[in-house]
Ligand binder design. Structure first.
Ligand code: GLN
Length: 540
């Protein structure tokens, strides 16, 4: 029978619950256990797919096409837990299911209520990951204790011990102990209040993970333990990690968290095997080289809007013993300012995915600069579409080439709506989503990166390369390097004669991990390093 860990948060949001949950998942896996990961989000959207990145950061896409919270990206980067639509539930998704059942008459005339119907539905969502071959299901609850919308979820996890046994459940609560400069001291009161609120709901946390910028010290630990009714060894200090998120697991091991969980849940675990992770961190800390990659996007000022892209670049850097510095450029600036001023000296240009017109012309300028100056270029989704538009305008001479997403009656619709999208009007979960097979040309740069011509990558788009222009493009040097197996959809384009220019309709960033960098990112950062060394006059 699977055991359950519930991770809640208090005091403030953005405490890193997702990273802590992912780290716990990693540590348990590295003790030989099988883990499943899940996030419950109390907001009402059915999934984050309809949300603006400014609201919520990146939308993370799974193989099965689910559009999910970006914490699931951490889960995939840290653990081997397979993720699916069962890995992310929102209030909207829970209610949608309950209301559909009510309309079908499944509640047999009963009054449908938050308790028990909504809470039962939440518990079913949690249990959907439990299985004979799963040792631990880790369920992270979004938001903070005290949020009105989080209450049904807290009530559901409060009930779980009654269903599966208290000894099979572990409640981990993440809190903050702030340092008050004026008082010159760390303050434990917010943590006490937060745990007090949990206990009012009926949840006594077993372990407190305490975020702090200064060491807690024995006195504060004793105080927290006493007031919050937890053992002293269960007060786990989690200091801020300024260098890398991949340091979080080590810090938790130093505080004994993995052993504590194993003891409290009575898990049959092996010794901790973390050598490859530690080697990866060593590489990350001691790079031999550095490259600067310009990321030209529309949501640059939002720290999390391109989360997986920044992570994938870091992973690729590890593979080349290279620190990757990102120069994050607001695309609209390139509409107005000379690209030379903003892009001169960068070793690679990356244009990520996106939606809508704003910043498009700037992205096109960035592509042009990379193409003409022979700087390594990686285009992703909208980034590929911009590369196609740029080539059409500036090489093929189709001056007003565009995507029909931006100008519906453009004379040269080099990017147009996917056939399957033509009758779609609803916005939620209706794009071309999730893993799709792709066949690469044998002589392509992409095939050289992957080491194979058969790949599968995740998608999230409505528009595609317009095949009517394919021949024209290929004759002029922009090659369809990858297509859907039937050849109908162009999934990857490359420029012949350019040192490294690859643009893809899919999102490779979602499949990169620190221990297995994505082949395209690895190829791209390798090319950027080559470019840098060549420019510096180092023979390569
Ligand atoms: N807006 C484009 C489309 O829908 C690109 C989407 C994306 O970059 N994810 O096709």
């Amino acid at each position: 029978m699977s055991k359950h860990i519930f991770v809640t948060g208090g005091v403030v949001s953005s405490l890193g619950k997702g990273l802590t949950s992912a780290s716990i998942g990693l540590l348990l896996e590295r003790r030989g256990l099988t883990v499943r990961m899940q996030k419950l989000d109390p907001y009402i959207n059915v999934d984050p797919g309809t949300m603006n990145p400014y609201e919520h950061g990146e939308v993370y896409v799974l193989d099965d096409g689910s559009e999910t919270d970006l914490d699931l990206g951490h889960y995939e980067r840290f653990t081997n837990s397979p993720l699916s639509k069962h890995s992310n539930y929102t209030t909207g998704k829970i209610y949608l299911s309950v209301i559909s059942k009510e309309r079908e008459g499944q509640y047999l005339g009963k009054t449908v209520q938050v308790v028990p119907h909504i809470t039962d539905e939440i518990k079913a969502a949690i249990r959907s990951l439990a299985a004979d071959d799963v040792d631990v299901v880790i369920t992270e609850l979004g938001g903070t204790v005290g949020d009105i919308e989080g209450l049904p979820f807290l009530e559901a996890i409060r009930q779980m011990p009654m269903d599966v046994g208290r000894e099979n459940c572990l409640f981990i609560h993440l809190t903050l102990v702030p340092y008050l400069k004026a008082a010159g001291a760390l303050k434990t009161k917010p943590t006490q209040h937060s745990v007090g609120q949990l206990r009012q709901i009926g949840i006594q946390p077993d372990i407190l993970v305490v975020r702090t910028e200064r060491p807690l010290g024995a006195e504060n630990i004793a105080k927290i333990a006493l007031f919050c009714n937890v053992e002293r060894r269960a007060v786990i200090e989690e200091m801020d990690k300024s260098f890398s998120i991949y340091e979080v697991p080590e810090g938790l091991v130093e505080r004994g968290l993995d052993q504590l969980i194993v003891d409290k849940l009575g898990l049959r675990a092996g010794p901790l095997m973390l050598d490859d992770w530690r080697n990866m961190l060593r590489e990350l800390r001691n790079p031999q080289h550095e490259v600067t990659i310009a990321v030209v996007g529309k949501y640059i000022e939002h720290r999390d809007a391109y989360k997986s892209i920044y992570e994938a670049l870091t992973h690729a850097g590890i593979a080349h013993s290279t620190r990757v510095v990102t120069k994050r450029i607001e695309a609209e600036r390139l509409d107005r300012e000379d690209p030379e001023l903003l892009l001169k000296g960068v070793d690679g240009v990356l244009v990520p995915g996106g939606f809508g017109m704003r910043g498009i012309e700037g992205k096109i300028q960035a592509v042009r600069y990379a193409r003409e100056c022979e700087i390594p270029f990686l285009g992703i989704c909208l980034g590929m579409q911009c590369a196609v538009i740029e080539f059409a305008r500036n090489v093929l001479g189709l001056a007003d080439a565009n995507s029909t997403e931006f100008v519906s009656d453009t004379e040269h619709p080099v990017i147009c709506l996917l056939e399957e999208q033509k009758n779609v009007t609803a916005k939620g979960a209706t794009m071309r989503l999730g893993a799709q097979p792709c066949v690469l040309r044998e002589d392509s740069t992409a095939a050289a990166c992957y080491g194979t011509t058969q790949i599968s990558e995740r998608h999230r788009h409505r528009y595609e390369f317009n095949n009517e222009y394919r021949q024209l493009f290929e004759q002029a040097g922009m090659i369809a390097a990858g297509t859907s197996p039937d050849g109908s959809l162009v999934e990857c384009v490359e420029l012949s004669g350019h040192p490294w220019f690859v643009a893809v309709q899919f999102h490779p960033e979602f499949k990169s991990k620190p221990l297995s960098p994505h082949p395209l990112f690895k190829g791209f950062v390798g090319a950027a390093l080559h470019h840098r060394l060549q420019r510096a006059g180092v023979s390569v």
